[in-house]
Design a protein around this ligand. Structure first.
Ligand code: PAF
Length: 283
């Protein structure tokens, strides 16, 4: 596995592969890798000839300096995991390499960023849009892989790819869960064992929503009871939204929809977690 800290050597390496007709898959990450990331790498390996994983804690997407400081940085372990997984190359640039100058361009994703993460983390999706477009321009991948756990991020990147005619094909990889149902996240490392147990209530709340939707229970009761499942476990819920999975429009009445996404953000021991489930309604 090749490790690149600089853009130009990575580009020459990729150029050689491209010349010999190889396809390139990109898995953008912020490191602190876990099995969820490895599921993205595995999908990439199954589809692309050369797989590049980027490991970069992107400062422009953090609206909270403490959150940026606390973000786990475990490059040595990440490299070992990526090598064992069969990744071809890792791009782990410094902040100066990625941002020789601070970008002045700003993304406005309209209604897509007025809900959920966008409304609680102002500027977050601008930073994501900037860094992901930089990575697309640097790597020029045929395929790029993103986790469904960050559903809003995926939808926003899909919009950006369409609006700016990036030639990459996006893949959305399902949420990867621990046996307890807890969605894998780099932030889980900051949870005590007790908090991890409490955090499984996010999954339990999602399962309750699924059951209620299948039983035709009204959405107000669904929201109230799912919220309660989490609060009773000491979880501080930030939002629980029912949205259309492709447009993220809030849903008031499910009868006109084939599927809905239930999206949750919550704090446990000061750690902010998100989770979601896309539920098919054609039953
Ligand atoms: O999902 C993430 O880890 C990040 O938002 C991403 C896509 C790597 C951009 O920094």
């Amino acid at each position: 596995m090749e490790v690149f800290k600089e853009i130009f050597p990575l580009q020459s390496y990729l150029q050689e592969h491209r010349k010999s007709g190889k396809s390139i898959g990109l898995v953008p990450t912020m490191g602190a890798l876990h099995k969820g990331h490895l599921s993205l790498i595995n999908e990439a390996i199954a589809e692309a000839d050369v797989v590049v994983c980027s490991v970069f804690v992107n400062p422009t997407q953090f609206n909270n300096a403490a959150d940026l400081d606390k973000y786990p940085r475990t490059l040595e372990d990440d490299l070992k995991l990526l090598e064992a997984a069969g990744c071809s190359a890792v791009f782990c640039p410094s902040v100066d390499e990625m941002y020789a100058t601070l970008p002045v361009v700003k993304f406005d994703f309209g209604n897509l960023e007025k809900v959920m993460e966008g409304s609680f983390r102002p500027g977050h999706f601008n930073g994501v849009g900037i860094v992901v477009s930089k990575l697309f321009n640097i790597v020029n991948p045929d395929f790029a892989y993103f986790g469904q756990k960050d559903l809003q991020q995926y939808v926003i990147i899909a919009q950006m790819v369409s609006d700016l005619s990036f030639s990459v094909k996006l893949r959305r990889v399902p949420v990867f869960r621990e046996a307890s149902g807890l969605a894998m996240s780099s932030r889980n490392r900051r949870l005590s064992d007790a908090a991890k147990e409490q955090a499984t209530s996010l999954y339990k709340a999602l399962q309750l929503c699924k059951e209620y939707l299948h039983n035709g229970t009204d959405l107000d009761k669904l929201k109230r009871d799912a919220w309660k499942v989490m609060e009773e476990n000491g979880v501080q819920v930030e939002y629980l939204e029912i949205v259309e999975p492709a447009t993220l429009e809030p849903i008031e009445n499910i009868s006109a929809h084939k599927s809905v996404a239930i999206c949750i953000a919550a704090y446990i021991e000061g750690v902010r977690l998100i989770d979601n489930e896309i539920i098919k309604l054609d039953f």
